[in-house]
Design a protein around this ligand. Structure first.
Ligand SMILES: [Fe+2]
Length: 376
């Protein structure tokens, strides 16, 4: 008789139960097991090549063998599967798959500018360890400055392409911030620009914003940047009920002119899957007329104003002048930005900007730091 310990799994109506290495029993659904046989995945394309919709009847084991190495199943469709024990352990308790991009955020305050992560354009194009440090700073702090930018449109595109593609918005791939004669947006005037996140009227506002300072010889126009996570976390402690209202109420935003009428509903304070603050959507110049019942305004507006005033306080806002040749890169769902007024006749101010996608940034980060499901 074979001396290795061989057992069978306990077969139920919809799934089986076996003992994990710890001796703890674990249940697995038959569909899930059949769908996720290791042979279901093509190691060349790295995609699932098995299609469970093609099974003519519900999957059921004809026989099973459980050893310390794992589970073997002979299926009613003629297929045989082997599931390593570590694989079963990983999925036994319904814990979400580990995401290396799900890094804890580090809140920062108004004194952060000297410590903002800085990289040169040249090193990010040449050195993967610098790219890794850059993306880590973006995930954790949500802001970075890239210096030594070429004075060209291509220089900005090259930088974006280190993390992903240029992500268009409804007004195009790139935008140029300078004073316009017939402005369609406050940004295109020399007036002060209150703290905001960009294009809140889009269904999915762009995730990462790049602002490349090409020329800056004007008087005034200091850049203002603040961490929405820092302010919202403090607000949560100061006014828990106000925080709840701002993180649960859908608020209308708009962007309208002759040929467009963008509308969306967003939450002022955004939470992630852990219930932690992930960022903000805030823009006084694109906030639509709030169409909640008037009695709800009694609670909404005091909370909204208390938070807006808190966000503007010196505790949170870095003030600095972005120099020509620098590009500030920041999480558009987390970092609020604005600008002091400037004198349009005192010189030239030209910022060229664009966006990338946060999910694509996370994808690039994961590919740099983790093994993934199939990478060698
Ligand atoms: Fe903006």
């Amino acid at each position: 008789m074979d001396m290795t310990i061989e057992k069978t799994a306990e077969l139920g109506a919809s799934g089986l139960t076996l003992d994990l290495a710890s001796g703890k029993p674990a249940y697995f659904n038959y569909y899930w097991l059949r769908d996720n046989c290791p042979t279901s995945f093509n190691t060349t394309t790295r995609e699932r090549s098995f299609d469970i919709f093609h099974l003519s009847e519900a999957p059921r084991p004809l026989s099973t063998v459980v050893t310390s190495a794992g589970l073997d199943v002979a299926w009613n469709d003629g297929h045989s599967s082997h599931y390593p024990m570590e694989f079963l352990e990983q999925y036994a308790s319904g814990t979400l798959r580990h995401d290396p991009a799900d890094l804890p955020r580090k809140a920062w305050y108004g004194d952060h500018y000297p410590d903002v992560a800085r990289f040169t354009h040249a090193e990010l194009l040449a050195d993967k360890t610098k790219v890794r440090a850059w993306l880590e700073a973006m995930l954790v702090e949500g802001v970075s400055v890239v210096t030594g930018m070429p004075d060209s449109n291509e220089g900005l595109t090259q930088l974006v392409n280190v993390m992903g593609q240029v992500r268009p918005t409804f007004f195009g791939d790139y935008f140029d911030v300078k004073t316009h004669i017939k402005p369609t947006n406050t940004a295109y005037t020399s007036a002060a620009l209150e703290l905001h996140t960009d294009t809140p009227a889009e269904e999915h506002a762009p995730g990462v914003q790049f602002l490349h300072m090409r020329r800056n010889s004007v008087e005034g126009g200091r850049n203002l940047f603040g961490d929405g996570v820092a302010a919202a976390n403090d607000f949560r402690k100061i006014d828990p009920e106000g925080f709840r209202i701002l993180s649960e109420t859908d608020v209308p935003f708009y962007c309208e002119h002759d040929t467009y009428d963008m509308r969306s509903r967003q939450r002022i304070i955004e939470l992630d899957q852990h219930g932690e603050v992930s960022g903000l959507t805030i823009s006084q110049h694109m906030l639509d007329i709030i169409d909640l019942p008037q009695t709800e305004m009694d609670r909404f507006y005091p909370a909204f104003c208390a938070f807006g005033k808190l966000l503007q306080s010196d505790r949170y806002i870095m003030r600095f002048t972005l120099q020509a040749g620098e590009c500030i890169v920041f999480d558009n769902h987390r970092i609020v930005h604005g600008r002091a007024a400037y004198s349009a006749t005192s010189g030239e101010r030209y910022l060229r900007g664009c966006y990338a996608d946060r999910a694509e940034m996370r994808s690039t980060w994961r590919a740099l730091v983790s093994e993934g499901r199939f990478r060698a």
